[in-house]
Design a protein around this ligand. Structure first.
Ligand code: SRM
Ligand code: SF4
Length: 556
């Protein structure tokens, strides 16, 4: 499908990298700069790291004729978003010693640390390795962190789903030992080419990132249709029967490039669980490997491959590779897309406490000593840590007899009260990282959304809508990292202080929103929302969500 003579520069970097080694070791040891060599900047992503710089300090550094303040973000591979208390304690210390100290829960259920200087990368990776955590393939043109429905309380089959997330992640790991050699000083293999065959990725890897999510209806908490490959668990009489397979979801677009678009996954069939499922997943990845666009990285995600091939041809190719056809899609229903805050008990009597964490940023601030509180919880050894794809945290698997102890820590640090303080709009909102670390940000997101919500809340109150669970999301650019294209209200940055306003997504993540107004500043945003919410409060049907109303009234 891609023009072999017109491959993007990243394709050469991958194939010539000797199993993702490149000159990473040389880049690492070059003390003249805080940066990596250009080709290595692409390769280091496959090891779960991004080179960044402090964008707040660019001007000051340039004025002083200093190179930009380079540092690295490390993203952990954490399928299903689970950590033991021992791992959390170490993460807490690693964050303090080597990064900005902020522990960031991402929209894909894992952890990022920012601001790691080049000389701190190896110590950071080594420390993670001692607690059996790695960052392999957390970024790059490979399968990324496999996400799954977060709340174990929700279904007795959660543990099975979580195990699938781990198994799929393992199956789709690149086979190269480069990570162990470069960051952990393990001995290089004598002949990397013959001793590291990688049937899945070969030496060219995928044309682009690849994302897999597993969801347990009726809660579409993971936004399953925003993924290249979505697995929808079909449960009958409490037993996991298999999965509907949805392909071709992806959200990123580029301003001004009409060839790019967000797309929700298309359900193409049903697979039994076990080996058949794994084979299907593997073969879908290989179709993208073989047919994906390797010339234009803007058009290389599976969604474009699928639309070029056509769904029927894609299915036929998959059936051929599997050696049998997928079964027909099975019925199921999504009724919600949310995290459940506070205490809940599951079918085995274990307790769970979900903490609302604004935009996933864990730190101590003037209001709440969240990071200290979580360390104290971890030190009891009596709660596991689970991350949600809405950037929240679940203290989990707490025995009945240990609940009081955990509760007393939550009370001591006012976490329950802090949870309760966040109102409906804030609890259902997400923003991406954007400034000061994201090199692609055009506008603020996580640093701005909290104050914008402060100003939207009085408007909601004016119309008696304060308890409406409207899903609002903001990103600093059209890449869509907080999935704004499937929000009821989406803000997508176009320039500093300016956002496009999107409306009409539904509450369960099955309908994309549409652009409603362009380049609004704060005043414009507040005045638009005032009008829209006013009309909604007067004209909506009983129980009609804002997203459904906006779609019916203004966008249909
Ligand atoms: Fe993302 C690139 C942050 C979830 C679509 N994303 C980036 C980078 C790495 C910028 C870069 O390429 O240099 C951002 C790093 C910012 C920073 O300083 O940390 C970044 N993305 C994030 C996170 C941390 C947002 C957050 O606040 O939680 C999320 C990390 C997820 C993870 O743990 O793996 C994150 N990114 C997403 C999602 C949501 C999802 O997957 O559910 C999307 C939309 C879904 C999709 O992939 O289509 C998303 N990120 C992108 C894109 C657009 C891809 C595309 O196909 O067009 C880019 C840009 C790119 O790849 O070139 C991008
Ligand atoms: Fe950066 Fe854009 Fe992603 Fe936000 S949406 S983190 S600004 S790439």
């Amino acid at each position: 499908m891609s023009d072999k003579n017109n491959l993007s520069p990243t394709e050469r970097i991958k194939t010539q990298s000797r199993g993702l080694r490149g000159t990473l070791k040389d880049s690492l040891h070059d003390e003249l700069t805080g940066a990596f060599r250009e080709d290595d900047q692409a390769l280091v992503k496959f090891h779960g790291m991004y080179q960044q710089d402090d964008r707040d300090r660019r001007e000051e550094r340039s004025a002083k004729k200093l190179e930009w303040l380079y540092s690295f973000m490390i993203r952990l591979r954490l399928p299903g978003g689970f950590m033991t208390p021992e791992q959390w304690i170490q993460l807490h210390h690693i964050a303090g010693e080597h990064s900005t100290g902020v522990i960031k829960i991402t929209t894909r259920q894992t952890i990022q640390l920012h601001g790691i200087l080049k000389s701190h990368i190896k110590p950071t990776i080594k420390s993670f390795n001692t607690i059996h955590l790695d960052s392999i393939a957390a970024c790059g043109d490979v399968n990324r962190n496999v996400i799954c429905s977060a709340n174990p309380k929700q279904s007795p089959i959660h543990e099975e789903i979580y195990q699938y997330a781990r198994t799929i992640s393992e199956m789709a790991l690149p086979k190269t030992r480069a990570y162990y050699e470069v960051w952990l000083d393990q001995q290089p293999l004598a002949d990397t080419k013959s001793s590291e065959p990688d049937d899945l990725y070969q030496d060219r890897y995928l044309p682009r990132k690849f994302k897999i999510a597993i969801v347990i209806p009726p809660n579409n908490d993971v936004d399953v249709f925003g993924n290249d490959l979505g697995l929808i668990a079909i449960v009958e009489k409490g037993k996991l029967k298999g999965f509907n397979i949805a392909v071709g979801g992806g959200l990123g677009t580029t301003h001004g490039n009409a060839q790019t678009y967000p797309r929700l996954g298309t359900e193409i069939g049903f697979s039994e669980p076990g080996d058949k499922l794994l084979k299907t997943i593997y073969n879908i990845i290989t179709i993208q490997r073989d047919y994906g666009n390797r010339s234009d990285r803007k058009l290389s995600r599976l969604k474009y491959t699928l639309d070029k091939m056509g769904v029927d041809n894609f299915k036929a190719e998959l059936d051929k590779r599997n050696g049998y056809p997928l079964q027909k899609v099975k019925p199921y229903e999504f009724t919600e897309r949310k995290d459940y805050y506070g205490w809940q008990q599951n079918h085995e009597g274990k307790w769970y406490f979900t903490i609302f964490i604004e935009n996933g940023r864990i730190r101590d601030d003037q209001d709440v000593a969240l990071k200290t509180a979580l360390l104290e919880v971890a030190q009891t050894g009596k709660a596991n840590f689970r991350f949600t794809t809405n950037q929240n945290l679940i203290l989990s698997d707490i025995a009945d007899e240990d609940k009081a102890e955990i509760d007393s820590i939550l009370s001591k640090y006012h976490l329950q009260a802090d949870n309760d303080k966040a109102r409906a709009l804030r609890r259902n909102a997400m923003a991406c990282v954007a400034f000061n670390t994201c090199p692609l940000a055009l506008a603020e997101a996580q640093r701005y959304l909290p104050t914008l919500i402060n100003k939207i809340e009085p408007i909601l109150d004016k119309y008696n809508l304060g308890n409406e669970e409207i899903i609002l999301r903001m990103t600093g650019c059209p890449n869509g990292c907080a999935r704004p294209y499937i929000a009821e209200i989406g803000f997508i940055g176009t320039a500093y202080g300016l956002y496009n306003l999107y409306l009409g997504g539904d509450r369960i993540g099955k309908r994309l929103n549409k652009i409603y107004k362009e380049n609004l500043n704060e005043e414009g945003i507040l005045s638009e929302l005032d009008q829209l919410l006013g009309v909604y409060s007067k004209e909506r049907n009983l129980q009609e969500t804002f997203g459904d109303f906006a779609f019916r009234k203004w966008l249909n």
